[in-house]
Design a protein around this ligand. Structure first.
Ligand code: PHE
Length: 346
């Protein structure tokens, strides 16, 4: 009896199972009610009482290890079968959720794209600036209200009352970058400066303390107001469509003379009047003008020889018109439900 058990154990241990059928045959041969192990349990009755303990132990061992082999292979089959039959490996993978560009970036890229096609280059400068580059060199009078604490975020102010060229502040416009370009380069200069600007304003649907601008500067001999007008007409038509008209209204900026504000014909109603253009048919999009001779001189450019034009626009404003977004704050909240809607734009 003991020999029989040992041989069977050896046999079982040397067996290699590979398929579900082999497993079933194994079960029938060894583990079923009519299987070899059950037969041995039948024979156990005839074992002499003195040997019963020994034989019984061996027999139980045999049963346990053959059962274990059965269970192990069954589990193995179940997991591998899952992969080979339960899953379709030709199915496409779950799609990766890709992000989209922020609407401000989309519009900024569009503006850059238009101006670089007519020879402008992109220049960038620091967001933390000094009074000299943001105000003084741009012909702002010392008492100009834009320098006031209410408009400008100061980082360090040399004197509490008076402004000083050394005061450190967050730039309120990217004209400061153009000062740096004029100081560092000789005309002809054709450059645009996109960037983030800061003004100390209460946050509302129409104003924010952080926003983005693209400002442009063109300096050469004989640059005229007509050049400014044609450049801006080209821009407006590229940006808002071939039918777009522009109009220039007289305005004031310390760094340009004459100065103007530019409107484009409302693209929503085609000029007839709607609630986007407040029934005027026009939308204000930028400020512009001929660079003030004082600005050229303060940057060591001969104002007798050279003239130039400059313009500046707020990207949020353009994006609001383009996408008909009526609350500026949406651009800063990063709500995925808002941003998701710009997926198709480049
Ligand atoms: N710097 C002006 C602003 O921030 C815009 C502007 C630029 C106006 C150039 C005229 C010429 O509002």
């Amino acid at each position: 009896m003991i020999n029989k058990i040992t041989e069977l154990l050896k046999e079982i241990n040397s067996l290699t199972l590979q398929t579900a059928e082999e497993l079933e045959q194994y079960r029938l041969k060894y583990l079923s009610k009519k299987g070899l192990i059950s037969e041995l349990f039948e024979d156990f009755r005839n074992v002499a009482a003195a040997d019963k303990k020994d034989v019984g132990q061996k027999l139980n061992q045999l049963k346990a290890s053959s059962l274990e082999k059965f269970n192990l292979f069954k589990a193995h089959l179940e997991t591998t079968q899952d992969i080979s039959t339960g899953t379709d490996l030709t199915r496409p993978a779950f799609p990766h959720i890709i992000g989209s560009r922020h609407p401000i970036s989309i519009v900024r890229n569009e503006i850059i794209n238009i101006f670089t096609r007519i020879g402008f280059i992109v220049s960038e400068g620091p967001e933390i600036e000094d009074d000299d580059h943001v105000f003084t060199k741009l012909n702002f009078a010392p008492e100009h209200p834009a320098r006031d604490m209410q408009d400008t975020f100061y980082i360090s102010r040399i004197s509490a009352e008076d402004s000083n060229p050394g005061d450190i502040l967050l730039r309120t416009h990217t004209s400061s970058v153009q000062v740096r370009v004029m100081q560092g380069e000789k005309p002809p200069i054709r450059t645009i400066s996109p960037g983030r600007v800061f003004r100390n304003e209460a946050i509302s649907a129409r104003a924010h303390c952080i926003f983005h601008q693209v400002e442009g500067l063109y300096i050469d001999e004989n640059v005229s107001f007509a050049d400014l007008k044609q450049t801006l007409l080209f821009f407006a038509r590229e940006m808002f469509g071939k039918e777009t008209e522009i109009r220039l209204r007289p305005s004031y900026f310390p760094f340009t003379e004459p100065s103007a504000e530019m409107d484009v014909s409302c693209r929503i109603c085609g000029g007839k009047g709607c609630n986007v253009c407040k029934y005027t048919g026009w939308l204000e999009i930028l400020g512009c003008g001929m660079v003030h001779p004082n600005v050229l001189e303060s940057c060591n450019i001969d104002s007798q020889k050279y003239t130039g034009f400059a313009f500046g626009m707020g990207i949020e404003r353009l994006a609001m018109l383009k996408y008909q977004v009526n609350d500026l704050r949406l651009y800063f909240e990063n709500d995925i439900r808002f941003l998701d809607q710009f997926k198709t734009a480049f």
